[in-house]
Design a binder for this molecule. Sequence first.
Ligand code: ZN
Length: 141
Amino acid sequence: MLVYKSDDGKAAMIRLEKGEDLYEGVTEAVRDLGIEAGTVQVIGGLTHAKFGYYNQGTKEYEEHELPGGSEIASCVGNVSIRDGEPFLHAHVVVSGSDGRALGGHLLPGSKVFLAEVYVRALGGEAPVRKVDETLGLPVWS
Ligand code: ZN
């Protein structure tokens, strides 16, 4: 993992290595940088994509995978606190060789071919996630 910090220390560009897990790699990077609240953007490519669709009826994630090479056409997210630790929430849009896009909630299991990550810390109090029983999701409270 290569990290290029901004001169004010509030942002960084990070390159994840081939084979790293996208979700775990970005999470590790923001924790190493001490970011408790911030925004995340990623472009690059994956060798395997894994993402979820939140079924609002069952309140469970349905998992989807795109095996083989794909482009990270877009991946945006945020960092807040969950269970006392910096927590990444990101969504990803990937496209295959036919140019068609798929996407959803980024799950662990997406393997990096190349990932160029931008993270920016926000000042002030970090949002803390707690489970909202109506939604069935850990949201900012
Ligand atoms: Zn999500």
